[in-house]
Design a protein around this ligand. Structure first.
Ligand code: ATP
Ligand code: MG
Length: 414
């Protein structure tokens, strides 16, 4: 037995001539997860997927995690005979909570069908009230809407709507590189960017042994957790060895500027990667005033070394809503493990809250940053991570210079 699931796309309906691309991408993202076992019927702004009836709950859970889908409903398909429709309406109503309110909404695509919509609404409402005397009708804000669509071939009945993430399908908005620390914020920022259709590649700067190896592991585990939302259910994680740069900064730069210069070095490396691949944006987890180093001046001085914009999805958010998202997407437990990333250890006692570009440049002349940046890029390892495996593409011969042309294809075929 199969069950039909109705999928509604999110903001795609607004996209005019790009609509086809959006819908095709949404279907591709769905197929990657449900495979060819399911059958797919696109229909205007919706998609119907037929799955094994025992698989319904699992499939709905999967669909709820795909960016670009606004909601899903399991639909019962019956013959367009009044008696059958009444039986199914009552059956559906029997699954509702006690003392709930409801309304019936009938749509007739098949105008030859009799009775007409208002009449059938009355008939079905009456039948439901007779079978479930605890229910009441509320046409304005009902707990349940019993939707009945009389189509040419059959009648569709459903009353449950499961909310999806909304947004856009991953890939429709191009690529971005997220600076992923082991903290709470940056995975949430990466996730939010993914839900807006960006194919987010992660970049983590690791400073072992200045910081523990466990904090590098966190970046891997966070990426794995985020892979479920990603294109092909995988994410790419660039692990950049940052120890030499970190050490040079600790040794040479006056303490209040440690974080400023570290951020600028991270930005430069991320920007160079992005430029290899025509990636138009970087993404980080900064939020105004969250820590002493996240001031407007500080963001300005770190961003100005990058020729491409830095998106900050959390910029105006308070910590609690960020934590709520982190819990919902399963990154919180990983982020709060007690190992610190490179910026949490050696936090200067008095970081510059109003750093100046003039001083940043001056302090950067105290060590050979350019050589260290080149060395860090040359030794970066690129991992492809999904829910089960981590493949080290670097071990398969992937290097940054390989990436100059057709980077994405290269990553997929390795
Ligand atoms: P998070 O919870 O994301 O670590 P935070 O509030 O601790 O954020 P900071 O330590 O000030 O913030 O870092 C600001 C941003 O810089 C992070 O959100 C992240 O995007 C980036 N970042 C910091 N450290 C690293 C790192 N080791 N690797 C990659 N990105 C980093
Ligand atoms: Mg942090």
């Amino acid at each position: 037995m199969t069950k039909r699931i109705l999928i509604r796309y999110g903001d795609l309906t607004l996209k005019g001539k790009n609509k086809k691309k959006f819908i095709d991408t949404a279907i591709r993202r769905i197929k990657e997860r449900l495979g060819e076992k399911a059958s797919y019927t696109p229909n205007h702004d919706r998609l119907y997927v037929d799955v094994d009836v025992d698989d319904e709950a699992r499939v709905i859970n999967i669909l709820k995690k795909i960016p670009g889908l606004v909601s899903v409903s399991p639909v019962t398909v019956v013959n367009s005979e009044v008696e059958t429709i009444i039986d199914q309406a009552v059956y559906e109503a029997k699954t509702w909570d006690e003392n709930a309110t409801f309304k019936v909404e009938v749509k007739r695509a098949n105008k030859r069908f009799s009775p007409n919509s208002p009449e059938l609404q009355k008939i079905l409402g009456g039948a439901v009230l007779k079978a479930r005397t605890d229910l009441t009708v509320d046409v304005h804000t009902p707990d349940y809407t019993l939707n009945v669509e009389i189509r040419d071939d059959a009648t569709y009945i459903f009353s449950r709507v499961y909310e999806g993430i909304g947004g856009f399908p991953v890939g429709t908005m191009g690529k971005g590189i997220a600076l992923l620390s082991g903290g709470i914020d940056s995975p949430v920022a990466a996730y939010l960017a993914m839900t807006k259709g960006i194919d987010v590649h992660m970049m983590h700067f690791e400073s072992t042994p200045l910081t523990s190896i466990e904090s590098a592991q966190k970046a891997i585990d966070l990426s794995r957790q985020l892979a479920v939302y990603g294109k092909s259910q995988r994410v790419i994680l660039h692990m950049v060895p940052f120890t030499a740069l970190h050490q040079a900064i600790l040794n040479k730069v006056p303490e209040p500027y440690h974080i400023t210069i570290m951020r600028r070095m991270m930005m430069r490396i991320a920007e160079r990667y992005a430029n290899l691949d025509y990636t138009p944006v970087l993404i980080n987890g900064e939020s105004i005033g969250q820590v002493a180093s996240q001031t407007l001046e500080s963001m300005k001085v770190s961003e100005m070394v990058s020729s491409i914009p830095v998106l900050r999805p959390l910029i105006t958010m308070d910590k609690n809503p960020v934590i709520d998202i982190a819990r919902a997407i399963g990154t919180f437990e990983i982020s709060k493990r007690p190992f610190e990333d490179c910026c949490a250890v050696y936090v200067p006692s008095q970081p510059a809250t109003k750093p100046r570009d003039y001083y940043a440049k001056r302090y950067e002349r105290l060590f050979d940053g350019e050589t260290l940046i080149k060395e860090a890029i040359a030794s970066t390892r690129t991992l492809r991570i999904n829910s089960e495996t981590t493949i080290d593409l670097s071990e398969k011969g992937f290097t940054v210079s390989d990436a100059l042309e057709g980077y994405d294809d290269y990553i997929e075929t390795k």
